[in-house]
Ligand binder design. Sequence first.
Ligand code: NG6
Ligand code: CA
Length: 508
Amino acid sequence: MNYKILQFAIFLSTLCFFPFLVYSQIQKPNIVLIYVDDLGYGDIGVNGAVGVNTPNVDNLAKRGVNFTDAHSSSSTCTPSRYSLLTGRHAFRNKAAIINGDAPLIIDLNIETLPKMLQKAGYHTGIVGKWHLGLGNGNVNWNEEVKPGPKEVGFNYSFLIPSTGDRIPTVFMENQRVVNLDPNDPIEVSYGSRLDGYPLGSERPELLKQHADPMHLQSITNGYGRIGFMKGGKSALWVDEDFPFVLSEKAVDYIEKQKENPFFLFFSLHDIHQPRVANVEFVRKSLMGPRGDVIAQMDWCVGEITKTLDKLGITENTLLIFTSDNGPILDDGYFDYAREMVGSHLPAGPFKGTKYSIYEGGTRMPTIVSWPGTVEPGTNAALISQTDFYASLAKLVGQPVASGNAEDSGEFLDVLLNKSEKGREYLLEEAYVFGIRHDNWKFIPAKNVDVPQWLRIKYVDPGFFPEPQLFDLSIDPFETNNLANKYPDKVKSMEAKLISIVNGEASIR
Ligand code: NG6
Ligand code: CA
């Protein structure tokens, strides 16, 4: 063969193989994201929980990787969920905790995590808590409510529309209320009282669990809620059934989609309040309802892993287990979590709770499991849930649409435990900002009184009249303020924070 022809033949054969070479690096495993509500770093066995066992979560950790410095974007729910699904920090959207009648807070023109996965050929579903708003304001709950999950990229949805403690206390499947009797239409109000369900403030004898005045508006299923509700009696949920209803829907989704690559966002109600354990889980812990619902949550995790095993798709499924914000003992309902906590440390070795800027507010229990692909172990990389977007995009071979997910860093190798090189900087959002630079943590001065609603919950949001600087490598509990000792460090971290919040610098 003459040399030119040989060269051409080699060129042709390279062309033939090239697509396979590229393809082989792109994998499309199923992706299951289990998002627990208000679960603290220390609330799982592998991270030191006492008073409750979490065998299913511990087993995930045993066959996966347990992250020790992984963060939700914020120490409250709506902002964290917003960031998770958009790869953008919540401050850019002024996202804050919203009520059950709030409009959808995700801009329909941006590409979300589920939309990106749809483009990559995934079927996408959400089962559980939404809390990102529905409709355009002024929702009519008696018809299809749009926009919602479908419009932001979920092919299937089964929702708790807002929170367990907010009305309407009904499930929605594909954006319609489940079991609604058209002759008993639903009305919802977060302003004036409706002539509907009795109020907790007036009929405390109807309550299964007493609560503070903010949670004593309409009573449904024996629990006072935030907001007023009328009608929809046949559609009301039974809180005690949550673990079974939600797990069944999630399992059903997996079974139906097992032939597709699928993305399931399993967004549990547990361990948010009202903390209601089904009788099967009552006294499964030594800590009362809060511990019992941790056991209940663990059971739900087991239902998912059992299903993946049964269907033989465990090795083709990337499972991420994490939480939306730090733990809180008293969030309004009187379930004696504070009295019964014993020596259990809900935030593990960290200071801070839900609503707080200290590490416990955003440092989340985080486990990634993909047996056969992800090497088991622990990983200390600094990483944010905002990074899931770009990292999963890389995994499935999708570009991040330009101008989208601007806070999402690509850390696929960290997620897959091939590297411990995470972020250099990480933003933490609460009622004051915090910024991490490797093991340094900076919180700017905030000279305002702690609001009463946080004070009565014993929450320390981290307000302090002077800047705070901690070296987490020697002081993980953020006790020793080094701001006076390292003024240059304070200056540079403050400047970085300001430039991020002003949109001049990236936080990737
Ligand atoms: C707070 C509620 C609290 C809880 C929280 C949201 C009051 C006094 N407290 O505003 O009950 O629902 O919002 O929790 O209204 S989260 O986990 O969804 O962020
Ligand atoms: Ca939460």
